[in-house]
Design a protein around this ligand. Structure first.
Ligand code: CTP
Length: 407
């Protein structure tokens, strides 16, 4: 259990922080909500107190004997502010201490994550952008806002990312505080990355398909973590229900052939391509025009052909020698070969630069929040390392980045 201060500044997105609070509590954390006085115009103190089960204060003058303006910041394992308004960013950047939340920000030694939400004009204003740069330079993680519908009829960058996204970032920073350092430094700025995610489906007839159990969670974690560190991220996603992380563009595909076409179209100019998708290896030779009928006792024999190997295609088409190509291998082991030996074979066979190996079986890896991976390169291996998919995604970007340093 970690101690989290959830700061809430005065913007309409404060209502989304109620959902975020519930999710943080559901993870088993001890959460103290510190709204600004303006935040209480949107969501009242009674709501925060009832949801968190703790008293809620906005000023340093409450419970003075407990010195909350120092104690809260000092004892926190994470300070997360959602939404962070333009005013809150300005006050934090200039080191003001005019309410309890800004006092907490000045006394916190743990990672600080700010999730801005405001109108597009306010976000893009030079004053706000300077404040964001100042805060990042000081080691504060300032997320990019999502793009979409704002208050009223307006639309553009400035939306608070969805609570599930904020939770994923918060949990990764709690699990590995060094992620906050890399996110604040934006060490992937200038990189263009392509990530594939999900599992492709090959149609058998108008209502049936061959598919697999990939949830897309690893691809989402890769996209989220690269965007957090400043990369320009494009996702090619097959059958993943969730909205993409903020700032990430998406092409949706169905079959392996569509995935191959989308990747081929987007690959040129990418600095790193990560094939986290699970493409179906076989597709029916022919898709039935009408629903395949059951013929009693006859069984059904399918005639399948191999799909294109997208990763091998990328290796063959690569023109930029610095482009880093990353593959995944989900291995169950089998026969005389260990998963590691199968991974080494696959790295050599596919010709990619980095292979992320995970051992799978029924109930392992697919659809689960945690995983265990070993990173294989031609020069050696790192792992196994265990952790949430977000934490592991950061390790994968670190390894990819290391491969881009001049060889
Ligand atoms: N892959 C791909 N195109 C395919 C199948 C897989 O690009 N048609 C990619 C996957 O996204 C993954 C890597 O290749 O990054 C390894 O996938 P895997 O299914 O383990 O490899 P296969 O070549 O299908 O080998 P296996 O015989 O073990 O299934």
């Amino acid at each position: 259990m970690s101690r989290i201060v959830l700061g809430v500044a005065g913007g309409i997105a404060a209502y989304k922080a109620c959902d975020l609070l519930r999710r943080l509590l559901a993870e088993g954390h001890d959460v103290t909500v510190v709204p600004t006085p303006a935040a209480l115009e949107f969501v009242g103190a009674a709501t925060w107190a009832a949801l968190s089960g703790r008293p809620v204060h906005t000023q340093v003058w409450d419970d003075v004997h407990q010195v909350p303006h120092v104690a809260l910041g000092q004892s926190a394992d994470l300070v997360l502010v959602a939404p962070a308004t333009a005013d809150l960013l300005a006050r934090a950047a200039s080191g003001r201490a005019d309410d309890l939340l800004t006092n907490v920000l000045l006394t916190a030694s743990a990672p600080v994550v700010l999730a801005p939400a405001m109108h597009t004009e306010m976000w893009q204003h030079a004053a706000t952008q300077d404040n964001v740069a100042t805060l990042r330079r000081r080691g504060v993680v300032v997320l990019d806002p999502a793009t979409g519908r704002l208050t009223g009829a307006d639309s553009g960058p400035g939306r608070l990312p969805e609570p599930a996204e904020l939770l994923a970032v918060a949990m990764s920073v709690l699990a590995d505080p060094t992620i906050a350092t890399r996110a604040a430094r934006r060490d992937l700025v200038g990189l263009r990355v392509l990530v594939t995610a999900g599992g492709t489906r090959e149609s058998l007839d108008p209502v049936r398909f061959l598919g697999n159990a990939s949830s897309g969670r690893m691809g989402w974690a890769l996209a989220r973590s690269a965007a957090l560190r400043g990369a320009v991220v494009h996702l090619v996603a097959a059958h993943v229900e969730s909205d993409p992380p903020p700032g990430v563009s998406v092409t949706t595909v169905g079959s392996t052939a569509e995935l191959a076409a989308a990747v081929a179209a987007a690959a040129a100019g990418q600095d790193v391509v990560v094939m986290a998708a699970a493409p179906a290896d076989y597709t029916p030779v022919k898709i039935a025009d009408t629903k395949i009928k059951k013929s009693a006792g006859q069984g059904l024999t399918l005639s399948l052909r191999e799909t294109p190997d997208v990763l091998a295609g990328l290796v063959a088409a690569r023109t930029d020698p610095r482009q880093v190509l990353v593959g995944f291998a989900a291995e169950t082991g089998g026969g005389a070969q260990t998963p590691l030996a199968l991974g080494r074979d696959k790295l050599a066979r596919k010709g990619c630069d980095l292979l992320v190996l995970n051992e799978v079986g029924i109930d392992r890896v697919f659809g689960r929040p945690d995983s265990e991976i070993t990173l294989l390169t031609r020069d050696g291996e790192d792992g196994p390392v265990a952790g949430s998919k977000d934490v592991l995604a950061h390790r994968i970007w670190d390894a990819a980045l290391a491969l881009r340093t001049p060889r």
